[in-house]
Every structure is written in C-alpha cells, then in structure tokens.
Ligand binder design. Structure first.
Ligand SMILES: NC(=O)c1ccc[n+]([C@@H]2O[C@H](COP(=O)([O-])OP(=O)(O)OC[C@H]3O[C@@H](n4cnc5c(N)ncnc54)[C@H](O)[C@@H]3O)[C@@H](O)[C@H]2O)c1
Length: 333
C-alpha cells in the first residue's frame, strides 16, 4: 500500500511523463489524467492508472482523488506554444487559467492540500537585467505568460484563504533533453521548442531550422535562453512535493541553471553532436519572443536544496538527439 499518491495532470505529455517515471522510481503512488490533446498514451507505462479526460471535468477529478487517495497534484496540463497564444488567446485563457481554476476548486473541495503548478519564465516578459529573481515584478509579453501568471495569482490567493492548502509555482525556463535511461523524451507533435525542432532537422524530419531574430542586442544577435534538463526539472518537483508534504510554506521558484546559451550556439551543438549539417535559415522576430532571459536559481537551491546534475548543453543535446533517433518515423516519412 503506497503512503502518498500524486495526481499528475498532463502526465502523457513531455514533462509530465518524466514526472510519472520519477514518482514510480521512488515507489510513490501516481495516477494520470490527460486529454491527449498533445500527449500520447504510449508516453506512460500501461500499468500506471490513466484516465483520458479534461482536468476541468470535476466529476472525473473528484472520483480519481477519492479512488486513489490523492494528497497532491502536479499540474502540468496546459497549452504551451507562445506564438499560438498570440493568435488564439482565448484558447490559452481557457486551458491555462479557467481549467486550472476548476481543478483547484475541486482540490480544495476534496481536501487535497499540496499543489505544484507548472508556471513559466514567460511571466517575466522582456527584462532589463539578467538573471531574474522571483521578486522581479512580472510583466509578461505574451498571452501564454499572462494566463500562467493569472493562475499563479489565483493559487497565491487560495493558499492565503484556505487553511491547509499550499502550493509551489515552478517557473520553468527552457526545458529540454530526455530521460537518461531513454525511457521518455519529447514527442510533442508540431513542437516549436528549439532543441526539439533542431533534433527533428538532424533526424531528417524537417528541411531546415529557422532562427527567429538575428538582430537582438546579444553577442551573436540571436536570443539567449536558460535551458534546463527535464530530469533536473522533475527533481525540483520531487523536492517541492516533499517540502509541501512536510508542511512547508507556499513558494514561487525559478527553475533554470543561471546561465544562458544563444539560439545559434544551441543549433551548432545539435549539429555537432548529431554529426549532421542541417540547414539554418534566418527569419524575422516572432511576436512574444524575449531577447535574453536567464534565471537566478538561488532561491530554489536555498528553499528546496535543489542541485542540478545534468547541467551542460552537451548532456541536454545528447539526450534529445538520441531520443529523436529512437522515435519511429510517422506516416509519410
Ligand atoms: N516545455 C517547456 O519548455 C515549458 C516551459 C515552461 C512551462 N511549461 C509548462 O509545463 C507544462 C507541461 O509542458 P510540456 O512541455 O510537457 O507540454 P505537453 O504539451 O507535452 O504536455 C501537456 C499535456 O497536457 C495535456 N493537456 C493539455 N490540456 C489538458 C486538459 N485541459 N486536460 C487534460 N490534459 C490536458 C496534453 O495532452 C499533454 O499531454 C505546461 O503547463 C507548460 O505550460 C513548459
């Protein structure tokens, strides 16, 4: 009989599937709800309890919480594509904000005390000074960042109002890489994440990779980002879970390494590691993109004792390339 059970929403997606593995690796209970809008059933082992559905379906969530004795939620389910959020903001306000509101309400009504939320560095917007600390007033540029920020605010208010309910909002910087044992990786269809796109090009699944903006005020003119390995990110979730279960206070924490790589550096690293010379094309800036964004990662080290183990660009790129190579070609390729 497992002592604790975590409901992982979006567990069939990229990051959620790694969290499911981590929970199982330490023998903790886990149950997944995912509507498979961007996730895949095959991303999670068939012996993990899985319910296909929307996390805004309160009857479903309620029955899962009761059946499995859920005491914590890792809320990964959401919509993640910044340019799409600019074109279709209502989709994002619905899926990232309204859906989260319903889920939180169900958790509160069912007495689930511990809630971990997948937030994003996009809440900061365009910043003057890097690295960014959590107390910098957030000013998101994109609807995506705004929808996540509103959910952070909601969680802060709920945690203040409801005795016993506490949360940790983890602001992820750029998540990349794959499970070191090769059990999971990123399979998101039509992904826009830089390293995923580059790996697809290296595997011959894309003709080229576009660099959106080569005229930023950065050393090589391309955007600079803080990339975090998915396994280090999931470790942050495990520590956050232990913190909340141990009665720790609600927190907002950056998840990044505190160092940046330019888009061009990353593409060159993928070319080098994969031994391919896929085409790189310059393109104009995308709406909602930020020139430079690097985490100040001190607070998560202090509050949770987090320490990364996979924090080199080579490790991140190698895992992602190897994962991409392991994927079967889809129809038509
Ligand atoms: N990937 C990144 O670099 C990154 C950066 C910052 C924040 N995040 C956040 O992390 C979370 C996970 O991102 P990911 O990269 O794994 O994305 P993903 O698209 O691979 O995973 C999201 C999962 O949630 C499911 N889902 C979406 N809406 C749902 C709903 N209403 N009900 C049930 N299931 C639903 C999808 O089917 C998918 O399996 C997201 O909330 C995202 O905003 C990701």
């Amino acid at each position: 009989m497992v002592e604790h059970t975590t409901l992982v929403t979006g567990g069939a997606g990229y990051i959620g599937s790694h969290a499911v593995l981590a929970l199982r690796d330490v023998g903790q209970g886990v149950v997944v709800i995912d509507d498979l809008s961007t996730g895949a059933r095959t991303a999670i082992s068939s012996d993990v309890p899985f319910f296909e559905g929307n996390v805004a379906d309160d009857a479903l969530v309620r029955s899962v919480i009761r059946e499995f004795g859920v005491d914590a939620v890792m809320h990964f389910a959401g919509s993640v594509v910044v340019p799409e959020s600019v074109e279709n903001p209502l989709k994002y306000y619905k899926n990232n904000t309204c859906v989260s509101r319903t889920l939180v309400e169900t958790c509160v009504e069912e007495g689930v005390a511990n809630f971990i939320f997948s937030s994003t560095a996009a809440v900061y917007g365009t910043v003057e000074i890097n690295p960014v600390t959590e107390d910098l007033p957030p000013c998101p540029d994109s609807p995506y960042g705004k929808t996540k920020l509103v959910t952070e605010w909601m969680l802060r208010d709920v945690s203040a109002a409801i005795p016993g309910f506490r949360h940790i909002a983890l602001r992820y910087f750029n998540v990349a890489g794959a499970d070191p044992l090769g059990r999971a990786g990123q399979s998101t269809p039509n992904a826009t994440h830089l390293i995923k796109v580059a790996c697809e090009a290296a595997a011959g699944r894309r003709d080229y990779v576009a660099i959106f903006g080569e005229d930023y005020d950065t050393p090589d003119g391309t955007g600079v980002r803080d990339f975090i390995h998915v396994t280090d990110l999931v470790e942050a979730h495990m520590l956050a879970l232990a913190h909340l279960r141990g009665g720790g206070e609600s927190l907002v924490l950056n998840c990044g390494y505190g160092k940046g790589f330019s888009v061009r550096e990353v593409l060159e690293a993928v070319r080098r590691y994969s031994g391919t010379n896929f085409e790189i094309r310059g393109s104009s800036r995308r709406p909602g993109d930020i020139p430079v964004l690097i985490a100040d990662a001190e607070k998560i080290r202090e509050c949770l004792g987090w320490a990364p183990h996979h924090d080199t660009l080579e490790t991140i790129v190698a895992g992602a390339v190897n994962w991409e190579r392991s994927l079967k070609p889809s129809n038509g390729e």
